[in-house]
Design a protein around this ligand. Structure first.
Ligand code: AMP
Length: 276
């Protein structure tokens, strides 16, 4: 990879980077497509990063489909697949730095998955140094992660442009995710209710914040067998702070964020409060 990179850089060609944890789906491929529009060469990494898993069972059950992934990458037009081993990313004696992520760590994914964003920052710090791309592409499906990436780039002063890309969805609205393949057919179908609930909330919210609307949606979701909502929050798109009940919503951009466990599989999603 380093040999290829040096040659591309010597020729002043632009390098785009799409980090993934594999079990690739159309959402990942849309990032590669976007990267190809902006860059001469696209590098896709596949690495199931242990430092970002706060539960060992979640790490063990994370789907691994390496051969299918490589086949998809060949078709996708990506130029280089980077599948580092654990020791290449975290060598003997490596000690994980602490990253100042501020309030990002105290809400939603930050508070529900302690250490998760520190692990995300750690692996991207390593990758951004090794790959040194001009641009890196991330999905808005992991909206809070996108903010963590931007914060990491600021903290470490990486000369990398970060591009956020829209969420790709299944026909019934469920956000595409590698984790979806762990759902039973029945639960996969019923999980469409998550996106439906979010779009109904877009219509239901008036000019002011109303916590009752969120509670009603949580109750509807939790009525489904094997559904357990971790959180459903309205928060500012820029700093993820939640409004006071009754607060005027016209002065900021707001988003709905949720994490729902379906058959023990943790699904996340988000949508802007006012459709774009
Ligand atoms: P992951 O393999 O889950 O770590 O995801 C790798 C990248 O793909 C991240 O930037 C994700 O935000 C992005 N991604 C995952 N699912 C989707 C989706 N449904 N639509 C667009 N991007 C996605």
């Amino acid at each position: 990879m380093i040999r290829e990179l040096l040659e591309w850089k010597f020729r002043r060609q632009r390098v785009g980077f799409v980090p993934t944890m594999g079990a690739l789906h159309a959402g990942h491929l849309s990032l590669i497509e976007e990267a190809r529009k902006h860059c001469d060469h696209v590098i896709v990494s596949i690495f199931v990063n242990p430092t970002q898993f706060n539960k060992s069972a979640d790490l063990e059950n994370y789907p691994k489909t390496e051969y299918e992934d490589i086949a998809l990458l060949v078709e996708s037009g990506a130029h280089l697949a980077y599948l580092p081993g654990l020791k290449e990313v975290y060598p003997e004696g490596y000690s994980q730095p602490h990253y100042e992520l501020g309030a990002l760590e105290s809400v939603m994914e930050g508070s529900h998955r302690p250490g998760h964003f520190q692990g995300v920052a750690a692996v991207l710090d390593r990758f951004f140094q090794d790959v040194a791309p001009d641009m890196a592409f991330f999905g808005e499906k992991d909206y809070q992660q996108l903010a963590v990436v931007r914060q990491l780039v600021r903290l470490c002063q990486f000369p990398i442009e970060i591009i956020g890309c829209p969420t790709l969805r299944e026909d019934h609205g469920l956000a595409m995710s590698s984790r979806n393949m762990r759902l039973s057919t029945d639960a996969f179908k019923r999980a469409g209710i998550i996106h439906e609930g979010l779009t109904n909330l877009q219509k239901a919210f008036g000019k002011t914040a109303d916590a009752k609307l969120l509670e009603e949606t949580i109750a509807q979701w939790n009525e489904q067998a094997d559904f357990e909502t971790e959180y459903l929050t309205l928060a500012r798109a820029d700093n993820f702070q939640s409004p006071q009940n009754g607060e005027d919503l016209s002065r900021h951009d707001w988003r709905l964020f949720t994490a729902v466990n379906v058959e023990g599989v943790r699904l996340i999603d988000n949508l802007p409060l006012r459709p774009e």
